[in-house]
Design a protein around this ligand. Sequence first.
Ligand code: AMP
Ligand code: GLY
Length: 432
Amino acid sequence: MMKVLVVGGGGREHALAWKLGHSPLVSEVLVAPGNAGTENEPNTHNIPINPEDLESLVALAISESVGLTVVGPEQPLVAGITDRFEAAGLKCFGPRAAAAQLEGSKLFTKSFLQRHNIPTANYASFDKLHVALEYVKSVELPMVIKANGLAEGKGVVVAQTQMEAEQAVRKMLENRAFGEAGTIVVIEEYLQGEEASFIAMVDGTNILPLASSQDHKTRDDGDKGPNTGGMGAYSPAPVITPDIHEQVMQQVMIPAIRGLSSEGLEYRGFLYAGLMIDSKGTPQVLEFNCRFGDPETQPILFRLRSDLAELCLKSFDGTLSGAAVEWDSRAALGVVMASNGYPGNYKKGLNIQGLEKIYDDSVKVFQAGTVINEGQVLTNGGRVLCAVALGNTVREAQVLAYENVKKIDWDGAIYRRDIGYRAIDRERVSAS
Ligand code: AMP
Ligand code: GLY
């Protein structure tokens, strides 16, 4: 039996901690810093350490004899948490800083994709304002403008007009709205199609694809409104047919891991490819993330029957390829409940009511921006929780998830009413 440390405090980390806590290999789960949801899980304890405080995390892992650390968010990975843990002789599931550049630098990724013939949108990159502004005038609309570095999901603008494109470029290169992350901009061709997430566990060489999923990035129904971290997700995603799955493995995942190895970069951890699938079913890479998705983790792990801790440990022995992974055959769908105002400003510290009314085995509320105060769960962030439900179809999972969302409330809670609509449309078509 071993202690496990989960780094992070959002909904993804609640799901990771919950799942790891069910492993017969795990005696106790520590979460740094965690949230009210992780605090309330059995054998799970929150430790008030910031995920970016790498020194304190290493010290904690040593003093608690942690056998496995799983990192949720990207910042610590890009900052080298895995390198630090390895130097201290500790097992940390997540890529080293050099490989985490796949998420940390769009420019690194675009040129990597080109070098290895992995399909992606055409692009150009700029660090000089006047050159970028000149270029913007010469390309077709819409165009996509991206800050090179980590910008918490806010560094991408799909510009529909020249004016929007110019403003986005000025915001990044002139006003330095994203600081260091925006000193280089990548401007790329706009791709049409349906987005899907393809997430795998990687042990350096072998790729173990997890169940497919799709999230909804915008805040409002109909995929409208501002971009967010994700307002809901479901698994499986019917857009990833067995044929497309094979194409993604052959054209994206395998060449990516081989390409990294050929450049001396070993990749261990979750690897998340954000894909655009065009009308012919051809996948193109929009982005790589060096971590699990949030909220995709919540429905995916709710379906996982295998032992996540064992799978993570196998990645250190290079034996992931032989691992058998079992999934619940049912679909899972998660609806994020957020604070009024998110992704802009919102209030914190509001009483969340109704959590005790959720008792169905097919439902789990993963908490994100929450905190406990004198036994009461309060809101403490933009995305507050994600209610996940299982069903025989995505539609059934959706109905059950919303039945439970309606039991939960706080002053100004918001959520989308249409999570899963694309998958449900596909189910309707295939049933008729
Ligand atoms: P990224 O963080 O690079 O995945 O971009 C965030 C979101 O912007 C994606 O989920 C897409 O919705 C959109 N996006 C990014 N790149 C493109 C592109 N080349 N064409 C169309 N949409 C894009
Ligand atoms: N749900 C999108 C992400 O985790 O990046």
